[in-house]
Design a protein around this ligand. Sequence first.
Ligand SMILES: C[S@@+](CC[C@H](N)C(=O)[O-])C[C@H]1O[C@@H](n2cnc3c(N)ncnc32)[C@H](O)[C@@H]1O
Length: 258
Amino acid sequence: MPADKGRRTKDQSQSLLSQACGFCLWSFVIGLSMLTYAPQLTRALAASRIVYRRVVRRAFHHFYRELAWTYDTVAWAVSGGLWRAWALAALPELRGRTLELGFGTGHLQMALAARPAVAGLDASPQMAALAARRLRRAGHAPRLARGLAQALPFSAAAFDTVVATFPAEYIFDPRSHAEIRRVLAPGGRLVIVPFAQLAPGRYAGLVALAYRLTLQPPPRRDAAVEAELQRLTIAGIALAPRWVQVGPSHVMVLVGDG
Ligand SMILES: C[S@@+](CC[C@H](N)C(=O)[O-])C[C@H]1O[C@@H](n2cnc3c(N)ncnc32)[C@H](O)[C@@H]1O
């Protein structure tokens, strides 16, 4: 082998060796600092999760308010055009004087417009305006109140049924539970439509991803979910879960009598 070719090969191996040593050293230093700073890193990760959660909560707040005008389009997109039909899956369960919590853009209020003794309540002025416009355009007088599920502006035992379709976080709040209990007449009914599942497929996969990104569990139609729902009690009312088929999708309807 010529002398300069041998020197080149030797130089190349030395450079490779020094690169490998550098890589090992850096890995060691990074690994050591990760170990040293593990508690801080864990805290930073937990903090970023909390921040993300806050950002998502804020985004939903704006979605129900300043961006309420986009609600029907977004709902249409994530339901494959079935959102209204999903909300109306609650209809056969409603009886007597009925209060709808979180009426949104008013699909269920429209379907209840011909019934006497119906009221709706929503926290968002923008949603109230959209729902009122929808009702007036169809020739109905809106029976809508603005307020919080946690402080209902209705007298005790004023309703035979309280219904909420796709409720926001208020449905987990014990203050809402106490209020639902208070405004329901003895033996009154609670109806909740918490979620629906699209027919499996690529589109449903995309929607599930959107749910995950907004920190909501993607709807699942399986035995584990049903078993969990079987144990669900809200406002002291044990709710019975039932899947209702709507087109190619399934809607979960929870019904309980107090
Ligand atoms: C996901 S939307 C559901 C709207 C409608 N029920 C539907 O099926 O499309 C939730 C609604 O609850 C309302 N909301 C949120 N927090 C509330 C609270 N604490 N009290 C009453 N309504 C509330 C929002 O303004 C929004 O209109």
